[in-house]
Design a protein. Structure first.
Length: 368
């Protein structure tokens, strides 16, 4: 996406961390793109950008997530998105649906879950597995004791979905093959993981058009104080976590699922505190890898492929006509982005979440 925007002469930056924020000041026309749902970890970056009048666009987010800061958003049309999911589930007789790991303090999570609650009478409060102060492991245990009641699982994002699948591989691989698991955001790692993850998100092309429009408005009106919020239609990308079963869209989704007039009970009062994402090791691993994948060049992806193939540094240098010093530079950048500080640990972590054949296919598509 960033490459496509830069080709349109729209200078967009993706940062590995807070330490990279001064680079935003080198280009007065640059915008910061936050590529996944806003979380507490983004507060410092938002404060820095607001202080220096750097425009920020947050994907899969809402302006009321952090009302003290100014940023533009691109979000999903939840009602149409949920209608697509329900159509897909019902097409394959998946009617026992649960929502796994709902963060009651996340507007994104709550709006998605509230939409399902208002659209489908077969979905109840007991079918929600909320985040807790005891962390993700406690939610896993609560779900595993009830999982056979469900044949379709909606997760609030791809990272949670991958973490759940990872645990189900150990806990109940037979159940994993029978149920549907769906994430949102269509992250790179959702494509590279095995089983690859079915996910619901607006298309890259739609996001690029929205980003271009926001950039145009901001460029022509640099003193504009209001926020720009764009809602986009979602696409369902079907992959292995739903058996690679196809889906055909219909034009009457909104008519099929009128509002039931139901309102989800307030959950935050029941859960006064939850453990932050950054304190969940498995989620941190996945998110850090995704952040790395988003900024890797094709050469660095090819280096990653050879690392996962357990090829030597000498073989990598020979294959790509680079010096050992150049290879070390790229390795250092990859490890820094993934927040891993030795090569052995990096390869072990990447191997958990990146399937070699899926990575090869991904690189081939980039070349096409």
């Amino acid at each position: 996406m960033v490459k496509a925007l830069n080709q349109k002469r729209i200078p967009v930056k993706l940062l590995a961390g807070m330490e990279d924020t001064p680079a935003l000041l080198n280009d007065p026309s640059a915008m910061l793109l936050i590529s996944h749902t806003l979380a507490n970890e983004h507060r410092d970056i938002l404060a820095f950008c607001n202080q220096h009048r750097v425009p920020v666009i947050a994907l899969h987010s809402f302006s009321d997530t952090f009302p003290d800061y100014t940023y533009d958003t691109i979000s999903d049309n939840f009602r149409l998105s949920m209608a697509v999911l329900l159509d897909y589930f019902f097409m394959y007789d998946k009617k026992r649906i649960c929502f796994f790991y709902l963060n009651p303090y996340s507007p994104h999570d709550m709006k998605r879950c509230e939409t399902l609650y208002d659209m489908y009478s077969g979905f109840h409060r007991k079918d929600i597995f909320p985040a807790t102060a005891d962390g993700l492991e406690a939610v896993f245990q609560s779900f595993f004791s009830n999982c056979r009641e469900y044949d379709a699982i909606i997760c609030p994002n791809d990272f949670i979905a991958i973490a759940l699948i990872n645990e189900l591989k150990r806990y109940d691989p037979a159940y994993l093959k029978q149920c549907f698991i769906v994430g949102t955001m269509n992250t790179i790692i959702s494509n590279l993981y095995s089983p690859s993850l079915t996910t619901c998100s607006y298309s890259t092309q739609s996001a690029i058009r929205a980003l271009s429009w926001i950039h145009q408005v901001r460029s022509k009106n640099p003193d504009l104080c209001m926020t720009l919020n764009v809602s986009l239609y979602d696409d369902l990308v079907t992959r292995e976590s739903t058996g690679n079963l196809p889906f055909e869209t219909s034009d009457d989704n909104g008519i099929k699922y009128p509002s039931l007039g139901r309102r989800l009970p307030l959950l935050s009062s029941d859960i006064p505190k939850i453990r932050p994402f950054e304190n969940e090791p498995i989620l941190s691993e996945i998110i850090n890898l995704e952040n790395m994948l988003r900024i890797l060049s094709v050469l660095e992806l090819q280096i990653l492929q050879m690392l996962l193939e357990k090829q030597s540094n000498a073989a990598i240098c020979e294959k790509h006509f680079i010096t050992p010093q150049t290879l070390q530079y790229h390795l250092n950048q990859m490890l820094k982005s993934a927040k891993i500080y030795n090569k052995k640990e990096f390869i072990q972590t990447a191997s958990k979440y990146i399937h070699l054949d899926n990575l090869k296919d991904y690189i081939a598509r980039l070349h096409a």
